[in-house]
Design a binder for this molecule. Structure first.
Ligand SMILES: [Zn+2]
Length: 504
């Protein structure tokens, strides 16, 4: 597969590929569903939390019992506005809810409260980096809706299916992109970027395993033949719930559409749009029921909820909640602390981790050293214990104090690692640990001189070797000094004393 320039297009800019003599481009748009971390559900007072004993967090409203009336959760509207502001969307002055009607066992009301023609956020964009190039992906809209319940199919051979309505009414944002992505990798980068931003905004945990971030994607190919451009039928791939699934489903689908084109030249004009599922085990997409057209859903305005007028002062007040977004933070960490690209990127992935770094680095003259400790030593403990930084016992200022203890010669770098192990389990301050365990370096000249003399007396052969010009003997003797001092000799002073005593 190779990139090629088409006459009249910018070389490489649009990621044209040529394969089996066909020049084509992959066209992808995404719909990302985000569950919001509100205390209660979208339209009732039921607790909004993942899991739990099935059908224990339900009420007449989210079960759609006759006569029950929904009330909009203000936190849903606020979350949608904050997300829209972060994506550069226009926030509607007036927005309304609509009913999306369909029948499915996990949807007790027979409709989902969603938004149709007056979504809360319109437009905007997200710049994503993939394979060394940036692409601006347009945001079509962000709208509010409620989640459905969950069908549970038992795999115990009983062939029984159950329905859990706990998830019914969970507040969702659907973020719809323009078809601006040109490779599966760009689609992954887009969804990763959405996840990072929503986590920064603290409106969703975007936990894909628990389904709080789910992605559908539309994909087709543009085939170039001379001056003509043909579009293959659009396929919507539903419910991909890992980055690996997004990448492999879209890669498989692009290849499948290419093979279809070679076999029978189907076009978007003739065949329109269809829906396919993705099998995580085989890595293949498979046909599903035909996608309903919008008219099949019989959208109509939700009669139980009034349209919402959103004042500009309310929007401006929420703008403060957007705060510093990941992209801006990466650039600031690089310029303010002199961090390398990789270090800045790795720290920014987690908002609490980058905050920990900034607290630790405050007032320390070599912030890169702090970043290094956090990204190696601290992170390895977090990984081993499978915890996040907020549960790490050592305070950020203790990391700084540990490095200062090395800088002023109190302990060696080697001992610092021992002190760190203790800090990571007890959370005690490094100076306290050093004092309690007697780990300070021996920097007193008289004390060190006694150790050096003992080593020289016990290693006459090495002394003779050194005097005969064999330099490696010095290294050996220094090793003996460290051993004799239990690793606590100040290496600079000890080396100097060793040389002085050898030449006497
Ligand atoms: Zn409820």
């Amino acid at each position: 597969m190779s990139d090629a320039a088409l006459p009249g297009t910018k070389a490489g800019a649009e990621a044209l590929r040529t394969e089996s003599g066909i020049t084509y481009q992959v066209i992808i748009g995404c719909e990302v569903h985000i569950q919001l971390l509100t205390k209660s559900k979208a339209f009732c007072g039921c607790e909004n939390r993942f899991g739990g004993i099935p059908n224990t967090r339900v009420c007449p409203v989210c079960l759609g019992l006759p006569g029950a009336l929904p009330v909009v959760n203000g936190a849903l509207v606020e979350g949608a506005i904050v997300a829209g502001l972060a994506l550069g969307s226009r926030i509607a002055e007036v927005t309304k809810f609509d009913r999306k009607n369909y029948v499915y066992p996990d949807l007790p009301k027979g409709y989902q409260i969603s938004q149709f023609d007056m979504p809360i956020c319109v437009g905007g964009h997200l710049d994503v980096a993939s394979d060394g190039r940036m692409r601006r992906v347009g945001i079509t809209r962000v709208h509010m809706e409620e989640d459905a319940g969950k069908n549970l199919h038992l795999a115990d051979g009983s062939n029984m299916s159950y329905v859990d309505f706990n998830r019914c009414g969970t507040p969702l944002l659907e973020i719809v992109s323009e078809p601006d992505m040109r490779s599966p990798e760009e689609a992954v980068a887009f969804v990763e970027s959405i996840r990072e931003i929503m986590r920064y905004l603290e409106i969703s945990d975007c936990n894909m395993e628990e389904g709080s971030l789910r992605c559908d994607a539309n994909i087709n190919l543009w085939i170039y033949e001379g001056a003509a451009r043909h579009a293959t039928p659009i396929v919507e791939i539903k419910n991909m719930n890992s980055f690996r699934a997004i990448r492999s489903a879209l890669s498989f689908e692009a290849q499948r559409q290419l093979a279809e084109w070679q076999a029978r030249r189907p076009t978007l004009e003739a065949e329109g749009k269809s829906t396919r599922g993705y099998n995580d085990v085989t890595g293949e997409t498979f046909p599903q029921r035909t996608k309903e057209a919008a008219s099949d859903y019989r959208y109509f305005p939700e009669p139980d909820l009034k349209p919402i007028a959103i004042s500009r002062s309310f929007v401006e007040a929420l703008r403060a909640r957007v705060g510093e977004l990941p992209e801006a933070k990466r650039e600031r960490l690089k310029s303010q602390y002199g961090l390398a690209d990789f270090d800045a990127e790795t720290l920014v992935v987690s908002k609490p981790l980058s905050a920990y770094f900034e607290e630790a680095a405050a007032g320390y003259r070599e912030p890169k050293k702090i970043a290094n400790w956090i990204l190696t030593e601290v992170r390895s403990v977090l990984n081993d214990r499978n915890i996040e930084i907020d549960r790490f016992p050592a305070k950020p200022e203790h990391i700084r104090a540990l490095l200062e203890a090395v800088d002023d010669g109190t302990i060696s770098g080697k001992i610092a690692k021992e002190v760190f192990v203790e800090m990571a389990s007890s959370g005690r301050a490094p100076r306290e640990i050093i004092a309690a365990q007697g780990l300070s370096q021996i920097a007193d000249e008289a004390d060190l001189a006694r150790i050096v003399d003992r080593v020289l007396a016990a290693n006459e052969k090495s002394v003779a070797d050194y005097n005969a010009g064999k330099d490696h003997a010095l290294k050996f003797l220094m090793g003996q000094v460290m051993k004799e001092s239990h690793g606590k000799a100040n290496p600079i002073i000890a080396t100097r004393l060793l040389k002085e005593h050898l030449s006497q």
